[in-house]
Design a protein around this ligand. Structure first.
Ligand code: ADP
Ligand code: MG
Length: 216
């Protein structure tokens, strides 16, 4: 895939030709310095933005040929996101936030949400609002929200960007464990080498190209 941003008449070519294949059950990290295009790639993979050219197939579906409505439905069902900041709704409890993807899809995810909240150690915090939770706890709720629909693909963009080192590390372990346990394709954009090395494969974006290497 390629992505050029139109910046007032001048094209900014951020991704020049990025090829990536991720299988179900596989955990992949994409590293790269700030500004190389990690978030841009995440938005393309997550169908939040369209590539300037290229193809994208997720769970067997040629997603770039879907119309906007079908694409929203597909995204809600098949793709989970964890961003740097949790984006939880402040007026809703942890459990209600985790149930939001189900509200959109019209499915009852209470059992899945409660189970996941328990598995991330928030069994007794389900009725708390984001303001009553720590940054790390909010990020764990965001992880649950990303996983609750049993998506095919989970995309994480610097998921612990706002957290201290110890909290990030435990969050990373939890995220990797959950991704492994659910057998989904997982892609994380990060500049944390330790997190990247805990994945099955890792790659680097440099000068608009993605170079994959084997994780050691
Ligand atoms: N919507 C946009 N319009 C124009 N330029 C953008 C847009 N989004 C990102 N960029 C530019 O694309 C480059 C890559 O950004 P980004 O993907 O956010 O990098 P990273 O996540 O690796 O830090 C940056 O130079 C950024 O300014
Ligand atoms: Mg970014």
């Amino acid at each position: 895939m390629c992505k050029t941003f139109d910046t007032g008449g001048q094209g900014l070519e951020v991704l020049k030709g990025v090829g990536l294949e991720v299988h179900a059950g596989e955990l992949v990290a994409v590293m790269g310095a700030s500004g190389v295009g990690k978030s841009t790639l995440l938005h393309l993979l997550g169908t939040l933005d369209r590539p300037t050219s290229g193809e994208l197939r997720i769970a067997g579906t040629d997603v770039l040929n879907l119309n906007d409505q079908a694409l929203s439905r597909f995204r809600n069902r098949h793709i989970g996101f964890v961003f740097q900041y949790h984006h939880l709704l402040p007026e809703f409890t942890a459990l209600e936030n985790a149930l939001l993807p189900g509200l959109v899809a019209g499915t009852d995810l209470r059992e899945a949400a409660t189970g996941l909240l328990e598995s991330v150690g928030l069994a007794d915090r389900m009725d708390h609002r984001p303001g009553e939770l720590s940054g790390g706890e909010c990020q764990r709720v965001a992880m649950v929200r990303a996983l609750v629909t049993r998506p095919s693909l989970v995309l994480a963009d610097e998921p612990s960007g706002n957290l201290d080192e110890a909290t990030s590390e435990s969050l990373h372990e939890l995220l990797a464990d959950l991704a492994r346990a659910s057998g989904l394709a997982f892609v994380v954009m990060t500049h944390d080498r330790k997190l990247a090395q805990s994945m099955d494969r890792m790659g680097h974006i440099e000068a608009g190209m993605l170079q994959m290497e084997e994780a050691t």
